[in-house]
Design a protein around this ligand. Sequence first.
Ligand code: VGL
Ligand code: ZN
Length: 217
Amino acid sequence: MMIVVDVQNDFCPGGTLAVGDGHHIVPLVNRLMAHFGRAVVTQDWHTPEHASFAAAHPGRHPFETIEVAYGPQTLWPVHCVQGTHGADFHPDLDLTKAELVLRKGFDPAIDSYSAFFENDRTTPTGLDGYLRERGIGRVFLAGLATDYCVAYSALDAARLGFDVAVVLDACRGIDLDGSLEAALDAMAAAGISFISVADFEWAAPPLADNQEHRRMR
Ligand code: VGL
Ligand code: ZN
């Protein structure tokens, strides 16, 4: 199953938490979804005064980290507020193959990077059950941002026992204080594979089979 993470206006140029070149992944993600035939698509969907926003903490600034009940929490600019343009999917994202749209970040007191658990790492979103009930054992991830929602989702998927691959050229990172390198290291250590869109599109059977295939056509 393809899991497309947070391809939303606020994470693209012009948005409040823009990831450099975030919009460049849109055509790649569209090709991946077409290839898979179906996808789970996540949507960061925060309440207006969400606890992950610096604006909800007087005297605090975006990109500072504070301690909250469930551990450290980075404070973000106001982004992806429920029902706003910033929370909408990028207009060029092709949602035809989106079988499930999973919204996260609803709880005003808890951030939710991962598609599987809120940031307390224990409150489930239900995605694990959804995938298991369909007999899905392998997930491919792409989207925004590599070092936050993509990485947290990938690491949780691996922890839950899924085979996980991240399609890195269809992701972009925020890279706050080395967060991108740390996320890549953590994913590699968890046995997550890094692949590219071309791995789907140029994958050919071994040469002999390929020739046989051509001859028979
Ligand atoms: C994300 C920070 C805050 C993400 C969401 O989609 O990676 N990052 N909210
Ligand atoms: Zn968010």
